[in-house]
Design a protein around this ligand. Sequence first.
Ligand code: GFB
Length: 315
Amino acid sequence: MVTGGNGMLGYALRQVTQCEPIEGYRYVFVDMEEGDLCKSGETAALFERVRPDGVIHLAADVGGLYKNMAHGVEMFENNLTMNMNVMRCCREFKVEKLVSCLSTCIFPEQSLSGHLRLPIDESMIHQGPPHPSNEGYAYAKRMVDVLSRNYRKQYGCNFVSLAPTNIFGVNDNFSEKASHVIPALIRKCHAAKHGGGEFVVWGTGRPLRQFIYSLDLARLFVWAYQQYDEEVPLILAPDEGQEVSIGDVAREIAGAFGFAGPVVFDGSYADGQYRRTVSNRKLMSLNPDFVFTPLSAAIAETVQWFEQNVAVARL
Ligand code: GFB
């Protein structure tokens, strides 16, 4: 059973599992319509109905910097509640394995933990506070690691967690206020190209991020369901050399649209965390042949999808 089945990553997992299915498994993609995971009764009813052998848990209350800054309470409560409900049911219904999705934004903010050196690795997850801009979400997701390890210790549950960097791809949330940076910029560049006007990037454009394409991440989730059984959360990221500035990403998106107008930076908006460079050494030691889609190609595919699907996209 895949929760969050209609989201961006759920959509990518549908595509990947159609061409690379796990031998002997069929997939049941569920989403809010099938049961609100923040409600323990509805969660149990969903498990009763589906009777999954395994679970890939993608459902979450997520959003970009500005949603996190504005809705820390809900991000904390909703994610903590749904994750506790899902884990409890995974144990009660004796699933063989649960794979949960964290994020690298939950790792400590280096400037608040002087002893930490970038790049961040898996061992540092609890070694300091996260960046204040996404505190609510970050601590709720850190508790997935704490609870997974305790279910493993107390009940022998094979609960693993994966921590991807900033994800983007087709069928993302492109809403102006709640979305992450790449879908937000794709939406704004599209409007500037077709409606005239400026392509406005919020903030200074200087912060740095590593991005992972939803299709690559979906392939890594399929691999991890079959191959990764450790209690330590595994960072999923292209290597540090792929770190790019928000300004360069905006220019890449403008290029993909063929937009020749001005790219303007509005410094009145927050920049959030300056950088959160992570190491993918552990991943590449376990999966050395994995190849990430180049950022420019992945952005071009996502822009093309948006141009063709703007009428149905989540705006
Ligand atoms: O993806 P994002 O919203 O979140 O983007 P984080 C961050 C950077 O993009 C910031 C800049 O430096 C923003 O200033 N930016 C520029 C914009 N224009 C825009 C815009 O129009 N919309 C948005 N959203 N950003 C998130 C966490 O942090 O990382 C989430 O808040 C999640 O919880 C995700 O974990 C992985 O990268 O700062």
